[in-house]
Design a protein around this ligand. Structure first.
Ligand SMILES: Cc1cc2nc3c(=O)[nH]c(=O)nc-3n(C[C@H](O)[C@H](O)[C@H](O)COP(=O)(O)OP(=O)(O)OC[C@H]3O[C@@H](n4cnc5c(N)ncnc54)[C@H](O)[C@@H]3O)c2cc1C
Length: 273
């Protein structure tokens, strides 16, 4: 088994089990590979970026390799669990995220499709105030906080396609607009999301099943609060299930049978301000 250290960011680590590595170790002659950085991180999602910030703050060289040309802008996370808020606090950006986001949570409600309240609970109390802030805005804050660290780099348009194990270092092979490029680090963090290439390349499993429904998320510019909507509500209905909640604007998520819509057909462009 190769000896290079692949660290999986926590969200993946709980799901990933690493069997004997399918990556053949490079010959011993290559063990002295020069490293471009100490830590390579694959993926500039929230996990990769916050990991990069925390590493950079320790004075350790870090390079993030991101396949896309920018941080993903489609509507995703807006409210964070207690554990995630603690990480944002440790990274020193929680308050800035609160100030940038959409204020405090009041109630979470479950309502019928015609607005009758089934259940209503105040937001749970925790050690820190909640953070309600669109995931892309959190990413922008992290990128700004990374700027003062010259030993931290975030490189877009670099899609990881292969890994080379040198025993005491690892090389990431990326497809880029200028052809394939290689980056070598002492460690590599796989933070490249649910379909992780790192996970597949190192032979980790991702056990479980996929629901036969898709969640379709959309930004909606509409004054929901003027129509009695609270911070977050699940609309309970076998067909018209939805979550309506503020993100950078209002975010609605609906369930849709996966057979009704091709994956690539989901609209992901930025909505107008
Ligand atoms: C509609 C919706 C609502 C959500 N709401 C919430 C919420 O309110 N609260 C919450 O906590 N979570 C929420 N989530 C979940 C949250 O968005 C994810 O948990 C989070 O994005 C995971 O972060 P990540 O950094 O692990 O991966 P991702 O955000 O998926 O980022 C992975 C990055 O890796 C890049 N990448 C992929 N493959 C490669 C490769 N080969 N080479 C280089 N780069 C690569 C991708 O382009 C991407 O930028 C929501 C998700 C959705 C879809």
């Amino acid at each position: 088994m190769g000896k290079f250290k692949v660290m999986h960011a926590p969200q993946q680590a709980v799901l990933a089990h690493r069997p004997a590595s399918p990556i053949p170790a490079e010959p011993a002659s290559k063990m002295t590979q020069t490293t471009d950085t100490d830590v390579l991180i694959v993926g500039a999602g929230p996990v990769g970026l916050v990991t990069a910030l925390m590493i950079a703050k320790q004075g350790i060289r870090v390079t993030v390799l991101e396949a896309s040309h920018e941080v993903i802008q489609s509507p995703r996370a807006m409210a964070y669990g207690v554990a995630a808020v603690e990480v944002l606090e440790s990274a020193g950006i929680a308050q800035e995220c609160r100030d940038t986001g959409l204020g405090d949570a009041d109630y979470i409600r479950w309502i019928t499709v015609d607005g009758k309240v089934i259940a209503k609970i105040p937001r749970p109390q925790a050690r820190y105030d909640p953070v309600i802030c669109g995931q892309h805005l959190v990413a922008a804050i992290i990128l700004k906080h990374l700027e003062p660290y010259p030993h931290a780099k975030v490189i877009f348009n670099h899609k990881l396609v292969n890994l080379k194990d040198h025993g005491d270092s690892v090389t990431a092979v990326c497809d880029t607009p200028d052809g394939q490029k290689e980056f070598t680090g002492k460690y590599l963090v796989g933070a490249d999301g649910a379909r992780s290439t790192v996970r597949k390349l190192i032979g980790c499993t991702f056990e479980g099943f996929t629901y036969d429904k898709m969640v379709v998320a959309t930004n909606v510019h509409y004054p929901f609060q003027e129509h009695g909507f609270s911070f977050a509500q699940f609309i309970v209905h076998p067909e018209h299930f939805a979550l309506v909640t503020p993100s950078s604007v209002w975010l609605t998520c609906r369930l849709q049978k996966s057979t009704d819509m091709a994956y690539g057909a989901v609209h992901t462009e930025k909505t107008p301000p």
